[in-house]
Design a protein around this ligand. Structure first.
Ligand code: SIN
Length: 316
């Protein structure tokens, strides 16, 4: 007899339970308040704001986002309203709605990040910082997550500036020695509660044959790849950090466009799953569709909750 009992997609982490496992990747539908509100009103289970710098930024020159058959390339350059704008939103946010609010922080300097963390701490809000160590798109500014010494210094300083739990958004790693080295650094920080894997694969190049030109203007066409291009790399990063960071949560991000990819991320160990390129192209209705597809897949497999298969990826 078929089992019609509902599938439970809720996630308990960071001392709270959220109604599902999907939310937006920082950068997509989250720069303006009306975008954040549209995500909150959708089937997303949480929301995260655009990576904030201390001062507002226009970002890089257009065109800076390009859709391809396999995903996207972007070099946005952190266009955002400035930290005060997102802090003001966080002050007015209705936390009783049950959807956690994450604030993405991407200071241009370590001191900027510390100022934002201290200000957020003084505000005493339940918003949770996700510190971006991995933006590939600011000319002349390398991705912090590829500099293990600078990452060590930054995390030590974050621990001093912020009294609660926090997370970091990592760039993709491609070598097991780098997974191990970064995990060893991250494991020194008990209040570092989650890592989001992955940011875009930085400095890809999309070429248009007809025009014999690059697809975006900044950095002579170099930009971060998202969408189908990045799924296997994202899954590898989720799985490796799931194994290497016991007691911490992994947020999967990269290549999710249906319930199938969300399932893969959770099977690889993700606690929750962010949607970026697909959300950009489809809008917030994507969350209800992906959640329904995930629930249907789980039901077909006889799983009732995410814990039934999280991290249980089989090896051969
Ligand atoms: C951007 O604004 O350039 C994207 C942010 C990021 O990749 O971290």
């Amino acid at each position: 007899m078929p089992d019609f009992s509902p599938v439970d997609l809720s996630v308990t982490w960071l001392g709270r339970t959220m109604p599902g496992c999907l939310y937006n990747a920082s950068g997509v539908w989250c720069r303006e308040e009306d975008e954040l509100e549209a995500v909150r009103a959708s089937a997303a289970a949480a929301l995260i704001s655009k990576s904030a710098t201390l001062a507002p930024r226009e970002g890089n020159p257009e065109p800076r986002y390009h859709r391809t058959a396999l995903g996207s390339i972007n070099s946005m350059g952190l266009p955002n309203r400035g930290f005060a704008y997102y802090l003001d939103y966080a002050r007015r946010y209705d936390y009783a709605c049950g959807k956690p609010l994450f604030l993405s922080l991407s200071g241009m300097t370590l001191e900027d990040n510390l100022t934002m963390l201290r200000t957020l701490a003084a505000a005493g809000l339940p918003a949770i910082p996700e510190i971006n160590l991995s933006c590939p798109n600011v000319p002349g500014k390398p991705q912090l997550g590829y500099d293990f010494v600078a990452t060590t210094e930054a995390l030590n300083a974050f621990d001093q500036a912020w009294p609660g739990r926090y997370g970091v958004k990592l760039p993709p790693y491609f070598d097991q020695a780098h997974f191990a080295a970064m995990a060893e650094i991250l494991n020194r920080h008990p209040r570092l509660a989650f890592v989001t894997c992955i940011n875009s694969i930085g400095n890809g190049l999309v070429v248009d044959i007809d025009s014999e030109a690059v697809a975006i203007k900044p950095k002579d066409g170099l930009g971060g790849l998202g969408g189908d291009y990045v799924l296997p790399t994202a899954l590898a990063n989720v799985r490796e950090f799931y194994r290497l960071l016991p007691g911490k949560d992994i947020v999967g991000c990269g290549g999710v466009r249906s319930g199938r990819e969300a399932f893969m991320h959770i099977l690889a160990g993700a606690r929750a799953v962010q949607v970026g390129t697909c959300l950009y192209h489809e809008g917030p209705a994507a969350f209800a569709r992906i959640a329904a597809e995930l629930a249907e897949l789980m039901q077909a497999k006889g799983y009732r909750k995410l814990d039934d298969f999280r991290g249980r990826l089989r090896t051969l």
